[in-house]
Design a protein. Sequence first.
Lengths: 496, 211
Amino acid sequence: MTETDSQDTKGIVFNFLIELGCCKRCALRFVGDSNTNYDNPTDDVKKLTRKDLGQNSNDENVFKKSKPNPCIICLDLLQDTTLQTMILNPELEKVLEYDSDTFVNYVSLPKAVLIREHSMEICVKEKFPQFFKDRNVIALNRAWSLSIQNKLAQRLEKKYDKNSYLQIQFNTSYVLDKEESLVMLLLEDKSRKHSIQHDPLSCKNVTSSLQTINSELFKQKVSIPPATPTKALDVEQVFYKHDHVFIAGRYCKYARNMFQTPWSGDDIQVEISSVQEKIFDHIENSFSAMVFSSSGREDFDVRTLGRGRPFFIKICDPKRTKVSFEKFRQIEQAVKHTKVVEVRDLQFIDRRYLSNIKEGEQFKKKTYRALCIVDKPENLTAYIDKINNISAVTLQQKTPLRVYHRRSSDIRERQIYSLKAKVINGKKNLLELDMITQAGTYIKEFVHGDLGRTTPSLCEIVGGYIDIIALDVLDIHLDFPPSINHKVKNHQTVNY
Amino acid sequence: MEVEKEESEEIPSTSSNPEEDPGPSQARVETESDDEDIEIPSILDSITQQQIDEFRPFHERYFEKKYCTRFTTDTVNLDTCVRIHTNKISLIYLSEKHSVIQNQQRLQSIDFQVSKKVNRLKNAMFGKGKRGAQLLQPDSILCHMETVDGARYPVHACVYGKLLEINSRVIKEPNFLLDDLNEGFLAIILPDLRRHEENVKSLKSVEEYNT
C-alpha cells in the first residue's frame, strides 16, 4: 500500500467513525500514529478530512452534523468540554503545595465505556480487516492522558513523568453504567467463573473478561457498533497523593531513661520522651504523618553507642521532598544538640532497600558492653580469667521473667560468639564485659541467669554471683543505610 | 523546611536498570567515612556511685516480697513466700518459717499429681495469653512435698492465676526448694489481672510478717 493509499484509508475509517457518532479524538485513536497530537488535534483532523468526500472544508461543520449525542465510545471523556472541567477543578490548587517537579495522571473509566470500546473494536476490525491487521488502537486512558497532560502541566506548574511519585487520580461516573454493564454477567465465561471473585462487575474483572471473551458471544448480547448514548459521563472528584518517601539513618541513644518510641501504656507517665520524638522534632514541619521503624530496639535503660542502630522513617504523602545534603547534616547537628540522641547517615532511601533492615533484626550480630558487679571482690580476677578462657557459648533461654507476661512460653537457643572481661581501674567489685552475640539474645538474663532459666549463665560460668549494672549496645552488625561520607559534598542518591 | 534550589537531593526515581542502582551494600565507601572517629563514652561514667552502692541482686531488684500465711495451722507452718515482679508475675517459694525448713527436714520427692486428673508437670499452653494453662485459686495445690520420714506437706498457689511453670531445678532436685530460698522458687504464676489487687491484699508484707 502506498502512503497516499494509506492516508486515503485512514480518512475513510476516520469519517466512518465520525459518522457513527465518535468524537474526533476517539476516531483519531483508531487511525492515528505516534505523531498524533491529542492535546490539540485540529491539524490531524484537517488532514484526515481533506480527502473527505464531503463538500465542506470547514471542519466545524463535520462535527456540527454529527449528532448532539455524546461520543458513542468515550461518552465525551475526550471532548474539550470535559477536559476543561477536569483542568478547572479547584482541588488541583492544592497540588501546587507539593514541591515535586513532576506528576502523573490517571483516570477511572466507567465499565460501560470499556464495553463500548470493545464493541467498536470488533466493528472496525470486521469492516476494515486489512487496515487493522497489524494496527493497534490507542487505549482510552492513554489518549486521555495525552490530551490533558500539557494543560495539566501548565496548571500545576510541574512536568509530566510516568514514573512520578505524585499521583493525581481523576474519577468519572456514568448514570447508566450499571445497566449497560449488566450484560457482562450474561457473558461470563463459565470456565473462568471461579477465578472471578467477588464482584464480576468490578472494573478489573470487566477488563480481564473482555480480553478473553468470545466475539460471537459478545456480538449476540452487545450491539455492534455501540448504541447511541443519551447521557455523557460525569466528572467526579479528583484525588492526589505523593507516594511514601523514606528517610534512613542510624541513631545513638545516650540516656538511660528513654524509650525508643512513645509509651502507649496507661500506668507510666507520658513525660518520658522517646528517641522517635527527638528525631521527629527536627525532621518534620511540613511533612505529613511519619512512621518510625528500626532494626530491633534497646531497653529503656540501655544506651546505644558507636555508629548506632539502623532505622527508617516512612513519610506519608509528603509535600516537601527536596532535602539537600547540607540540610540532612543540619538535622543531624540539631538532634546532636539534644545531647541524648544522635543520628547519622541521614538520607533518602528507596523502598526496595528496606527489607534489609527487618531481616537484620533477626540475623545480625550485636556487640555489647556490660558493667558487671560481683559478689566477692576477692574472686574478681578469678572470674575474669574464667570468662576470658571461654571462646563461645550456646545458651538455652526460657522466656525471661521480665517479659513473660507478654510473650509466649518458649526456649530459645542463642549464641554468644565472643566474651572478653577486664578490670576497671579503681573498682574492686566491678568488671567490664564485652560480648558479641546473636540477634535476639537476652543479655541481662545471660549474666544473672534469670533464676536458672537461662543456662549456662555467667554466674554458672564463673561459679559465683555476677550481675549486670549497666548495658550498652556498641554495634549492630548491619550495614544499613550506606554510610555518608561527609567529605564528599555532591552526593548522588541514585548511584549510592 | 525551605525548598533548596541548589544541590537538591531529590527522591531517586524508580530506576529499572539494575546496573545504575547497585544498592547500598555494594557501593559503600568504608574507610573514608567517620566510623573510625566514633568515640565510645565510658560505661562506668554513665552511672553513679550511689547506683552501684544501692545495687540489689536480681531476686530483690524487680520483686516485691510478700508472705502467705493463710494455710498455716497450729500444728504445722505452711507459710509460703510470694515474690511479685513489677510486671505482676508471681513466684512461689517456701517461707523461711516453713515447718520443713525449721525442722531441717529433707525431701525425698515432690508429687505433682495433685488430683486424679491434674498433674502440674503436664501444663500445656499456647501463645502470649497462655491459653490452656492450668487455672489456679489460692487454695489450689501446687504439689505435695514428701519428706524422708514420710510426712506429706501440701504447697498452695496462694493467688488467683494461671500456672506457667514449675522450676526445672526443683523437679531435678527437690531439696533445692529448701536449700536456696532465693533461686529455689517452686512455681511461676501469671496472676489473674482482675483479681490482682485481691491477691496482693491477702498477702502479708515483710514487716507484717516479721512482727
